[in-house]
Ligand binder design. Structure first.
Ligand SMILES: NC(=O)c1ccc[n+]([C@@H]2O[C@H](COP(=O)([O-])OP(=O)(O)OC[C@H]3O[C@@H](n4cnc5c(N)ncnc54)[C@H](O)[C@@H]3O)[C@@H](O)[C@H]2O)c1
Length: 413
């Protein structure tokens, strides 16, 4: 048996904890170290209890890097570039790493994402961009089941993807200058990626379909209303009367199959104003004579809790990520980390790094997703369809910083 890979986590918040839960199902890995501004000790304790290893809490990324095989960047978007600079500094000073993982989004702008890719290359690091939805078992199973049908009838021509919930759990997500925008940057990256992936004919590379054009709209539909704005200011310390971000985004991306010339379309919709049981991932796809549909609010498990019994429930999120209710008919997902693809994306990255390869989704792919997200902001903010085959537009995207991310959302929302 080869020795387990030593995984080091940067960040010990929401997503780092979710990954640890997913790692309970992954073999050949131990959580060996954690560094974070807050929460590292508590996560290290949970990881121990879950049998994931004996993680040591390190005071810096450099010290973590010197004691693990793989580093996972699970900290906020605004800290990415500085963290990666520190990590590359440690590698150049002698730390030996098999690979580096980065959570979505790779960057808040194309320039930031490109910088991340270049930094990894400068230290010859293998990379994995974490887009969990591409690894969701229902998505993989749908595409495997449809493979013979696709061969006979032709590929999918339309996908519709959405990720929606009632709003993020930490203040920095709501602040567009820190996060890089609103829900389009936060969750549009997921829906754009999974839509593109599902449209891709089986067996072709992840970027086989060529993006042609993007149209999009963004809006502030709920959290700009006075009472919700006041709640946001009180609970999260973010003032949407001054620095608003979008809580709704929708758009359409057209792709071309370079072998057949066929145009196919992926629609995405994302919101932080989804007042249902909790997080919902919804994807469907249409091909000639066939279709698939995934809806994560449909669980084999329903639980009913009446008003009298509800007082016993402290944490709504035991049912579902971003759950908003503890009573009534609840949708409950018994293994969200597996359902949402965290387990499988970790397995993929660690197996690839063990073989000296990039994960299935290298950072160069994360850069492509950032480009599509930024093109969506450009389309929404200029109210024009963005032509991704036009060299001048492609160049402009390299330096585009959405008005919303600049804190000038009031001009467009
Ligand atoms: N794949 C998904 O569905 C998903 C879900 C949630 C978050 N994410 C992504 O994961 C990343 C982290 O999000 P989160 O929800 O865990 O955030 P969080 O705010 O819950 O946790 C962030 C963690 O990073 C630490 N941190 C912050 N700044 C730091 C710094 N400069 N140095 C070291 N540690 C620092 C914090 O102390 C905390 O432990 C984000 O990029 C987010 O987009 C992805």
């Amino acid at each position: 048996m080869p020795k387990p890979l030593k995984l080091g986590l940067v960040g010990a918040g929401f997503v780092a904890r979710f990954h640890c839960i997913g790692l309970k199902q992954v073999r050949g890995v131990e959580v060996a170290g954690i560094t974070a501004l807050k929460g590292a000790e508590a996560l290290a304790q949970s990881a121990k209890e879950w049998g994931l290893g004996e993680p040591v809490v390190y005071p810096s990324i450099a010290e973590l890097a010197g004691n693990v095989d793989v580093v996972a960047l699970f900290a906020p978007n605004f800290a990415r570039v500085a963290m990666m600079e520190e990590l590359v500094g440690a590698v150049k000073a002698g730390a030996v790493l098999k690979g580096v993982i980065c959570e979505k989004p790779l960057g808040r702008t194309v320039a930031e994402a490109r910088r991340l890719v270049e930094l990894a290359r400068s230290a010859a690091l293998r990379t994995a961009y974490f887009e969990n939805q591409i690894f969701m078992k229902p998505i993989r199973a749908a595409l495997a089941q449809l493979e013979p049908v696709q061969k006979a009838m032709g590929p999918l021509s339309l996908t519709r993807s959405s990720e929606e919930h009632g709003g993020p759990h930490e203040g920095w997500f709501w602040d567009p200058t820190k996060q890089g925008g609103g829900v389009l940057n936060d969750m549009g990256c997921h829906s754009i990626a999974v839509g593109w992936y599902a449209l891709t004919p089986r067996g072709k590379s992840i970027t086989f379909l060529q993006p042609q054009s993007v149209s999009a709209e963004v809006a502030l539909l709920k959290w700009g209303q006075p009472s919700w704005r006041a709640k946001l200011l009180k609970d999260r310390g973010v003032d949407y009367s001054k620095v608003p971000a979008e809580d709704f985004a929708t758009g359409m991306i057209t792709y071309k199959n370079p072998e057949t010339g066929q145009k196919v379309k992926a629609q995405f919709t994302n919101s932080w104003m989804f007042d249902k049981q909790g997080l919902r991932l919804f994807m469907d796809g249409m091909g000639p004579g066939y279709a698939f549909e995934v809806n994560t609010l449909v669980s084999p498990l329903n639980i009913f809790i009446g008003d009298a019994a509800a007082e016993a429930i402290k944490d709504a999120e035991t049912a579902l990520e971003k759950a908003t209710a503890t009573r009534g008919l609840l949708a409950v997902q018994p293994n969200e980390a597996d359902l949402y693809g965290y387990t499988d994306e970790n397995e993929d990255a660690l197996a690839a790094f063990n073989q000296g390869k990039d994960g299935q989704l290298p950072w160069s792919y994360g850069l492509e997703i950032t480009r599509l997200v930024i093109a969506s902001y450009m389309a929404a903010e200029t109210r024009k369809t963005v032509d991704l085959t036009d060299p001048a537009t492609v160049k402009a995207l390299e330096t585009y910083v959405p008005l919303i991310a600049q804190g000038r959302g009031a001009e467009v929302l």
